[in-house]
Ligand binder design. Structure first.
Ligand SMILES: *Cc1c(COP(=O)(O)O)cnc(C)c1O
Length: 237
């Protein structure tokens, strides 16, 4: 029987994750402060988010609007909220103004909807463009071939600030296999910045999940999105 409280489980997992992050930073000559942990809370309820914030994790990631809203009502003021899942244009009104960052900007119609809603609220929304580097048919995101055209088409949108790129790597057993994916995302950051778009200065890379965050850090991740390894209660894992 498991006798640890959720808070104790969380602290233990956070310690383990922190040790692995520190080692990955050391291997790649990076500073720990350059890497932010987003706790992906799709597996847990609102109460658990309170515990996660109390454990000292600032960034909360949710991927479904309906599930996220009640949790946001409880703890929206305390954390920094990231929308990381596929976003339908009719849900944009619920996300803009609540979530500080959108990681899943992947098409022109979504950019238009975000820009319009943000204009109404007099906000600028920091966004990550989601890139489907591996061109997996089951995943969302622009292909690299579409990136420049997308940035050209959105460059007059004053209420969108593209601060980063996001990718989800294929699910593999050995994380070394996805290193080239993360490396390519970093190279696209440089290529985009050379073009000096008015609305897109890429500083952030949102890449790396429970199974591949160490390689992502070695390749330059600034936000890693951790769900199962960090916040899933033991009973469910
Ligand atoms: C679920 C999810 C994660 C976290 O996945 P784990 O493998 O559980 O760490 C990260 N990013 C996105 C977009 C997700 O939907």
């Amino acid at each position: 029987m498991n006798t640890l409280t959720y808070q104790e489980q969380l602290r233990k997992k956070l310690d383990q994750v922190e040790a692995r992050i520190a080692a990955a930073c050391q291997r790649s000559g990076r500073k720990r402060e350059e890497v932010n942990i987003i706790a992906v809370t799709k597996y847990v309820d609102g109460e658990a988010i309170g515990e996660i914030l109390s454990a000292g994790i600032q960034h909360i990631g949710e991927n479904r609007v309906q599930d996220a809203l009640p949790k946001y009502e409880m703890y929206g003021e305390r954390g920094t909220w990231h929308f990381i899942g596929h976003l339908q244009t009719n849900k944009v009104k619920d996300v803009v103004g609540r979530f500080s960052y959108i990681h899943s900007l992947d098409r022109f119609s979504l950019a238009e909807a975000i820009n319009k809603r943000a204009e109404t609220l007099n906000l600028v929304v920091p966004c990550f463009v989601q890139v489907n580097i591996a061109e997996e048919p089951t995943k969302f995101g622009l292909s690299t071939k579409e990136l420049f055209a997308f940035l050209d088409e959105t460059s007059n949108m004053k209420h969108i600030n593209v601060i980063g790129l996001m990718t989800m790597a294929p699910n593999v057993d050995n994380q070394e296999e996805v290193r080239p994916i993360f490396r390519q995302l970093r190279e696209w950051k440089e290529k985009i910045n050379l073009r000096a778009y008015p609305h897109a200065h890429i500083r952030e890379l949102s890449m790396g999940m429970s199974g591949d965050f160490e390689v992502a850090i070695e390749e330059g991740a600034t936000y890693i999105r951790l769900g199962s390894i960090l916040v899933k209660p033991d009973e469910l894992s």
